[in-house]
Design a protein around this ligand. Sequence first.
Ligand code: B16
Ligand code: MG
Length: 217
Amino acid sequence: MIKAFIFDLDGVITDTAEHHYLAWNRLAGELGWNFDREVNEKLRGVSRMDSIRIIQAHNNVSLPEEELTELATRKNEYYLQGLEHISPEDFLPGAKELLTQLKSAGYKIALGSASKNSHKVLEQLQGKAFFDVIGDGNSVDKSKPAPDIFLFGAEQLGYKPAECIVFEDAESGVDAAKAGGFYSVGIGPEERVGHADLRFDSMKEATLFSVKSHFQD
Ligand code: B16
Ligand code: MG
């Protein structure tokens, strides 16, 4: 029986990908590195340090770990500046409506995001009150596709993975949910999240009714 929902942040609750893109693009410009939206797409759901590794590999560069950390920190400063522009208007269409429906139906809700800035993003959205537990990039060591962040959320909520539905927009996020024994809902195209138990093109279609009719309990 479904008791709880665990939501990824970027691409499910709000679209921070654009702010990540602008920050990485600014850093890449300063370094004279190539960076475009296609590379940015590969960073969906990927941790900050893994992201810089993907970008340096794209540029055939191999910097020592210390320098990579410095660059990732610089990018994060740019990203934080971008986050100041996020407001309660920036929930993805349908996301706030679903959270409201779940809350009033009595389900428990956790966040399961790779972002170390999750608290800041939720504050800007004024959306913290929806979440009983906030699992973010600081909560676990192993990032997706390891299931750790979702296992953390389920454990904190006091439920088993089989009692929780995970919402994810990243391929590695759906992999993580499946590896942990969670039900999964993919948000996005078939090529990316078609391996989820249920898929919607966007959060607009993800109503409590449409989700419940699939996961009969
Ligand atoms: P930060 P999610 C992910 O968020 C983003 O999709 C990914 O692009 C980003 O690199 C990662 O968070 C880490 O973010 O630099 O803020 O710690 O989809 O897991 O909510
Ligand atoms: Mg995501």
